[in-house]
Design a protein around this ligand. Structure first.
Ligand code: C2E
Ligand code: MG
Ligand code: MG
Ligand code: MG
Length: 286
């Protein structure tokens, strides 16, 4: 069970950690309790097809809501969850919840919607990712082709036989694969021919100043051309303005995601956004 996996990985990592750090201990205890008390939640951010203007997907982004405290963004606890190994059980919960929610929206008629879920390198090294993904799909009834797993370059450059075979097996399940934050990693493109990914997610650091920085525009153009030549789709992250959107359209980027369209939002707000064809940007949540 997910909780037991968490405890076992904790024991494994406990030997290697420096437990003098009380801040670390507090966060670690908090995360363990969060799993047991169901304090994690997902926000969803739409991805827009730039040709049709349709919502083609949603990225699930995890948050932590400790009782009576402010919501904690992933940047504040994912690194710790990775270091402690707890990301294995948190990640399993994220996969289950994201697939469950996507299946609900599919049954409500959003049958083309693809749910994107972030994976951490630790989930490839520890735990049984293949089984976790299979179970999330089976339990929810979501078609595998409607789940996209976002991999980071750090996962792909680790290049162990184990990662290679796991990515292959994930692909065999029929799920989609993308590379998150593309271009910020090790600029080692060799993995693009070894791993059968479907999409490159152009990192927001190149998108943010695309209209004013010619270098950023050149980089995005190169990524789109590279993706086209390899038969991959592109999605731009961090689209915040109409001007950035127009640039991306003219460069031939396929899809876009960013505050300009919508911020990550609760399931209820995302459902409203989905049912509202030409919804305006939703200025709330995180
Ligand atoms: P990411 O996967 O690259 O997700 C995109 C991040 O950019 C999200 O931050 C999102 O809220 C933010 N974002 C989206 N559009 C815009 C925009 O137009 N402008 C700006 N400035 N930011 C935008 P968030 O939700 O805080 O997540 C941060 C990172 O935490 C994610 O980056 C991902 O690496 C990680 N993360 C989130 N959820 C999970 C998860 O379930 N598992 C794992 N392993 N990592 C996760
Ligand atoms: Mg992502
Ligand atoms: Mg990203
Ligand atoms: Mg990022």
């Amino acid at each position: 069970h997910a909780k037991d996996v968490g405890r076992n990985t904790y024991r494994f990592f406990a030997d290697q950690m420096n437990f003098d750090n009380s801040e670390y201990l507090r966060l670690r205890t908090g995360l363990q309790r969060a799993l047991e008390r169901d304090e994690f939640l997902l926000h969803y951010q739409p991805q827009i097809d730039l040709q049709s203007g349709e919502i083609v997907g949603l990225e699930a982004l995890v948050r932590w809501q400790p009782p009576a405290l402010e919501i904690v963004p992933p940047g504040r606890f994912i690194p710790m969850a990775e270091e402690s190994g707890m990301i294995v059980s948190i990640g399993a919960w994220v996969l289950q919840e994201a697939c469950r929610q996507a299946a609900v929206w599919h049954r409500a008629g959003q049958t083309k919607l693809v749910m994107a879920v972030n994976l951490s390198a630790v989930q490839f090294k520890r735990g049984d990712l293949l089984q976790t993904v299979t179970e999330a799909l089976t339990a929810s009834g979501l078609p595998p082709s409607c789940l996209e797993l976002e991999l980071t370059e750090s996962i792909l450059i680790s290049d162990t036989a184990k990662v290679l075979s796991m990515v292959d097996q994930l692909k065999e399940l029929g799920v989609k694969l993308s590379i998150d934050d593309f271009g910020t990693g090790y600029s080692c493109l060799a993995y693009l021919k070894r791993f059968r990914v479907d999409r490159l997610k152009i990192d927001q650091s190149f998108v943010r100043h695309i209209t004013t920085d010619p270098n950023d525009e050149a980089i995005v153009r190169a990524i789109v051309q590279l993706a086209n030549s390899l038969g991959l789709k592109t999605v731009a992250e961090g689209v915040e303005s109409e001007a950035a959107l127009q640039s991306l359209i003219s460069l031939g980027c396929d899809d876009a995601q960013g505050y300009y369209f919508a911020r990550p939002m609760t399931a209820a707000d995302a459902a409203a956004f989905l049912s509202n064809d030409k919804a305006s940007p939703v200025p709330r949540a995180m």
